[in-house]
Structures are given as C-alpha cells and as structure tokens.
Design a protein around this ligand. Structure first.
Ligand code: FMN
Length: 186
C-alpha cells in the first residue's frame, strides 16, 4: 500500500518568511540534526559538494557586518537593510555553499542539483519539526562570497533562514499534473 505520510510532508512543506518567525530559540542539537539530514542527499560520484556556514546567536551579528560591508554601488541600501532585517528575525541562517571537488568529476549543474536536494532535505526536516524556513537567493550572495573570500572552487547558492513560527495549514498553488506530465503509452 502507498504510504500517505510522505504525501503530507512533501505537499505541505512551504516557504515561511522571517516576518512570521517567533522569538523562540532553536536548540543547536535540532539544527545539527537538520544539517545531518542535508548531508544525506544524493550525490553523483559521492563528491558531497555541500558546505554550510551556520550563523546563529552572536555570529548573526558577524553576518550582518559582512552584509553591511557589501559595496552599496551594486545593491541599494534598502535591499541590504531588508536582508539584514531577515537575519535579525531568524534564529539561524545557513549560508549554502557549493564546493567543487578538485578533479571536477561531474558537471557543475549536477553539483547544484545535489546541493538543492540537500536544501530540500533541510526544508522538509524543518517542516516536520514546526520550524519555518526559506531559501533566499539574492544577488548580493556573490558579494557576500567575495567578502568572506570563498575559495575559487566554491560558490554561494544563497541563504536558508530558519525560525519557529505558528504553524497553520495553507493551500499551495501548483499547476495540475496534466499540464506537467505526459504519459508515454506507445
Ligand atoms: C532555488 C530557489 C531559490 C529561491 N529564492 C528565493 C528568493 O530569493 N526569494 C524568495 O522570496 N523566495 C525564494 N525561493 C522560494 C520560492 O519563492 C518558493 O519556494 C515558491 O514561492 C513556492 O512556495 P513554497 O516553497 O511554499 O512551495 C526560492 C526557491 C528556490 C527553490
């Protein structure tokens, strides 16, 4: 028999923005479990291309300082301030980094796919633990990468914001599968 539990989790997972986060602390143990789940994502040739920088507690101030140093020529002050506000509203911000292996065993798109699957593992894990979360990919992620001197073989893929929230089921918009699936019969 088909297990309906997974339907519930996959279909109800959703983006929860930091404005909905409560001022409640997540334990480091819980955050660590979520990060462990991330690392169980599939990875072609076992390159395990993910790297996570975790900012919480005091180190959120460090992240704010890094973001504040970004050249205001490239991004409006409003955008930067909005981003800093998201950091402040979150319990934990995970910087998502792609690290390519030195031999570049597989094409970059496969590594981005693997990291994306790791993020989905985090997102689902957050959902079942009543943690709101969202993946943000602002343009300033590349300036952030420069500020922290990411290695040449690394690339910033954005930020994953996490925080407790008051859970409520909402309907999700998705096209009907008839528009997305073609059953090839012959
Ligand atoms: C790769 C990726 C990047 C995203 N970047 C952003 C972003 O920069 N800003 C934003 O508001 N949402 C971002 N999102 C979240 C999407 O907007 C969200 O997943 C979409 O609206 C569907 O909602 P759901 O996650 O609740 O199903 C991103 C999602 C993905 C998969």
């Amino acid at each position: 028999m088909y297990n309906a539990e997974i339907n519930k989790v996959i279909r109800n997972r959703k983006t929860v923005y930091p404005t909905e986060f409560l001022r409640q602390e997540l334990s480091e143990k819980l955050v660590k479990e979520i990060l462990i789940n991330a690392t169980y994502a599939p990875t072609h040739r076992m390159t395990q291309p993910w790297h996570f920088k975790v900012y919480r507690g005091k180190s959120k101030d460090t992240l704010c300082k890094i973001i504040n140093k970004i050249d205001k020529k490239n991004h409006s002050e409003i955008k930067i301030n909005k981003f800093i506000e998201k950091i402040r509203l979150s319990d934990t911000v995970v910087s998502i980094i792609l690290t390519r292996d030195s031999k570049e065993l597989v094409p970059e798109w496969e590594e981005i796919a693997a990291v994306s699957m790791a993020v989905q593992n985090m997102w689902l894990s957050c959902y079942v633990n009543n943690i709101g979360s969202y993946w943000s990919t602002p343009q300033l992620k590349d300036d952030y990468a420069r500020q922290i001197n990411l290695d040449i073989n690394q690339r910033s893929l954005g930020f994953f914001f996490m925080g407790r929230y008051n859970h409520r089921e909402t309907s999700k918009l998705r096209d009907d599968i008839t528009q997305k699936v073609e059953w090839v019969k012959n």
